[in-house]
Design a protein around this ligand. Structure first.
Ligand code: ZN
Length: 482
């Protein structure tokens, strides 16, 4: 039935060529189509963290009765996340129940309670970290309460290290360690007058109850406020040099620690950055969009993309705790020509802190931002907009004007793009400073529509510093926008 058709050689060659060219075109067309035009969230988050395997988000909440801020640390490992979250949740529960108890008093004294959970990340060796959590809560004007908790985690093995993974304990070793810790406690003049001997003994007795962690140079033991001493001593941290502790540590663990960590911290040269210095027209319509609480590994890149598409400039009030994890993301924001302001280190309510703490909260984050971007932040936004005379004084000493807002998008409350859009558009005016957060995906969803509408109404998006310059404002503020 089939007849074989013989084609001349040149026709075969032409057919082949057509086939090849058509094939290449198809591939090219496909490649074009696959080029992501829209913002692809969550490309590979881990890459941007300076602590491979670890990521962080700062969660905040604000009610009439209290403010709350939690540095939420997460890894790829569910088990590790679970044990961290359990501790964090416990702190939150204790806080909310103590608020319920003192609700009447809080209302009567017009005092807002505050819970702050922050984390210090210490790299011990490659992918080996100590996470030192500190929970600070204050529910009355009198005094706060601090609790410590540490997790030593190994992201090579994907697990949280337990006592037996780090220590090599028999009865003698346990006694030696107890003695070392006691020596340290009693030789510390700030602590020793307040110690209760029987409580010290009791809390050291059972090694399973020890609260400990490891840094590169020390083994650290923790005691909560009131656990072994009067309140005046606060929470206590005892550091025993690694040299003294080595005989009591698990060999496999110390071997891991001996591996040198490659240090490849880059230091950016101070670059010229004069793109946005053009003077604004006093009769122009301007809006300063501000994004707080980032940088966030998924949301901030989306916001940056949208701003770029609209050629809009904005101000990002960043947390030191977030920039510490994502310095290259902070640098990207800076390089895109946006302004970076300081939003403090740990998002504490500054109005309930002492002078030293306020200063530290501001200075620490400012240093971290400077290290990441090569530029010192010029502005400060106090968390929750909470300020007082002390805060203003220290901000003034540091030369950081306080920046509040005149339009609250309530994005943290609604978490709904449509609602965020409506709220901004119904309250915006020329000279507005708009409060947004680059940590909620819904805010990133709302931004394209907000920018399009603002442009249609003739607004230009500028940084807060540009607005202040236009208004000839050089004081410490606080500035609310118009
Ligand atoms: Zn904030």
């Amino acid at each position: 039935m089939m007849r074989r058709i013989k084609l001349p050689g040149w026709i075969v060659i032409i057919l082949l060529l057509v086939g090849i060219i058509f094939g290449i075109n198809q591939v090219l067309a496909k490649a074009w189509m696959e080029t992501p035009e829209t913002n692809e969230p969550n490309e590979k988050i881990e890459d941007s963290s300076v602590y491979p395997g670890l990521n962080i988000k700062t969660k905040t909440k604000e009610t009439d009765l209290y403010t709350l801020s939690v540095s939420q640390l997460y890894t790829d490992n569910e088990q590790i996340n679970k044990s961290i979250n359990e501790w964090v949740d416990k702190q939150k529960k204790e806080f909310t129940s103590s608020i319920k108890e003192s609700q009447n008093m809080l209302e009567k004294n017009d005092f807002r309670a505050h819970l702050n959970i922050q984390v210090e990340t210490k790299k011990i060796a490659d992918k080996l970290y100590t996470l030192e959590f500190q929970s600070y809560q204050i529910t009355s004007g009198a005094n706060g309460m601090t609790k410590m908790k540490s997790f030593v985690i190994d992201m090579n093995q994907n697990k949280q290290l337990q006592l037996e993974d780090v220590f090599q304990l028999d009865e003698e070793a346990t006694e030696d360690i107890q003695r070392l810790v006691m020596e340290e406690l009693y030789s510390n003049q700030k602590v020793s007058p307040y110690l209760f001997d029987d409580m010290v003994k009791k809390s050291l007795k059972d090694s399973d109850e020890w609260k400990w962690s490891v840094s590169r140079d020390n083994v650290i033991f923790y005691f909560d406020e009131y656990e072994i001493a009067a309140g005046a001593a606060g929470s206590i941290k005892v550091e025993i040099p690694m040299k003294k502790m080595k005989p009591y540590l698990n060999e496999k663990f110390t071997e891991q620690m001996d591996v040198k960590i490659p240090e490849n911290e880059k230091h950016k040269e101070d670059e010229q950055h004069s793109e946005n210095k053009a003077k604004l027209d006093p009769d122009g319509k301007y809006v300063a969009l501000t994004f707080d609480d980032g940088p966030h590994p998924e949301v901030t890149p989306r916001i940056l993309d949208t701003l770029k598409k609209h050629d809009a400039k904005a101000t990002f009030f960043m947390l030191g705790s977030q920039v510490e994890y994502y310095p290259s993301l902070a640098n990207k924001v800076d390089e895109a020509g946006h302004e970076i302001g300081d939003h403090t280190m740990n998002h504490q309510d500054l109005s309930v802190l002492g002078l030293d703490q306020i200063q530290e909260e501001m200075q620490q984050s400012s240093n971290i931002i400077e290290k990441a971007t090569g530029r010192t932040p010029a502005l400060l936004r106090p968390p929750y907009g909470a300020s007082n005379g002390d805060v203003e004084q220290i901000a003034s000493d540091l030369g950081h004007p306080l920046v509040m807002w005149s339009v609250d998008s309530l994005d943290w409350k609604s978490r709904n793009a449509e609602a965020v859009y409506e709220k901004v558009m119904s309250t915006v005016a020329s000279g507005s400073i708009v409060l947004l957060h680059d940590i909620h995906p819904s805010t990133a969803d709302a931004l394209p529509q907000i920018l399009t509408s603002l442009e249609e109404q003739g607004y230009q998006m500028v940084t807060v510093s540009q607005l202040l310059e236009l208004w000839d404002e050089t004081g410490v503020g606080p500035y609310y926008g118009k």
